[in-house]
Design a protein around this ligand. Structure first.
Ligand code: ADP
Length: 228
């Protein structure tokens, strides 16, 4: 059966490999940034690795945040901490993990070019989901043709908690009763197409945190929904 939300677990090794690959794409183009701008938080690790592979010392950051607009279901991306800088002598490269809708990167690019005014500005991402993205980055390592949630190693806990919460919010089979660990694991595999075992210690940690937060409540050997 096809999972409801297709997920691929990305390993740290893959991140290093993909960042190295992206650095090579940039090098081969003959262009070199003086400064790298990480889009927080997803762009941090790739940006830091690119600094290493491209021998760039200066690393800055802008942080994007998603706001659910009042009375609208749609989320809007905004920049937190929109501080000013003068980069007019420098060639800058904005780095993110993935270009999905592209909204975050359009926002970051427009902000940096208007407020920081670099001499040149380009965009790089490890992955580009070409059928849905509103922009194509200047540099990318992997083109993704079918939408997937890439479970990056830096959001392992956060994602696992959200995956489990979503099952308890939306799956009718969780309503009004406690579920055993095996039942939760089997729903998890059905929803996301990945095995809880593949998440290593994050699985137990996520369940423990969800109980601490009151999202799940321990019920005998199993769990039931709390404040979802
Ligand atoms: P953009 O498309 O410009 O990256 P989004 O608003 O779509 O902007 O995404 C913002 C951030 O959310 C991404 O940088 C990434 O960290 C995370 N994200 C979005 N889509 C995915 C995905 N398919 N897999 C993993 N992470 C994602």
């Amino acid at each position: 059966m096809k999972p409801k939300v297709p997920v691929k677990i990305v390993t740290w090794e893959e991140i290093v490999e993909w960042s190295r690959g992206l650095a090579e794409v940039i090098e081969k183009s003959g262009w070199k940034p003086d400064v790298i701008i990480a889009v927080a938080r997803g762009g941090y690790v790739p940006a830091r690795l690119l600094c290493d592979f491209l021998d760039v010392t200066d690393l800055l950051s802008v942080q994007s945040q998603h706001w659910v607009e009042a009375a609208k279901a749609a989320e809007k991306a905004i920049l937190k901490f929109p501080y000013k800088l003068d980069l007019s002598d420098l060639k800058a490269l904005i780095v993110d993990d993935i270009v999905d809708t592209g909204d975050t990167l359009i926002l970051a690019r427009d902000f940096v070019s208007k407020e920081w005014r670099p001499k040149e500005l380009k965009i790089a991402a490890l992955q580009w989901i070409s059928p849905v993205a509103k922009i194509k980055p200047d540099y990318y390592y992997l083109e993704v043709k079918e939408w997937i949630w890439f479970q990056y190693p830096w959001t392992r806990l956060e994602d696992t908690m959200q995956f489990i919460t979503r099952i308890f919010r939306e799956d009718p089979r969780t309503k009004g009763r406690a579920l055993s660990i095996d039942e939760i694991k089997s729903l998890f595999m059905e929803w996301y197409g990945i095995k809880p075992e593949d998440l290593g210690f994050y699985w137990d940690l996520a369940l423990r945190r969800l109980v601490e937060k009151g999202v799940l409540v321990k019920d005998g050997e199993g769990f039931r929904a709390g404040r979802l």
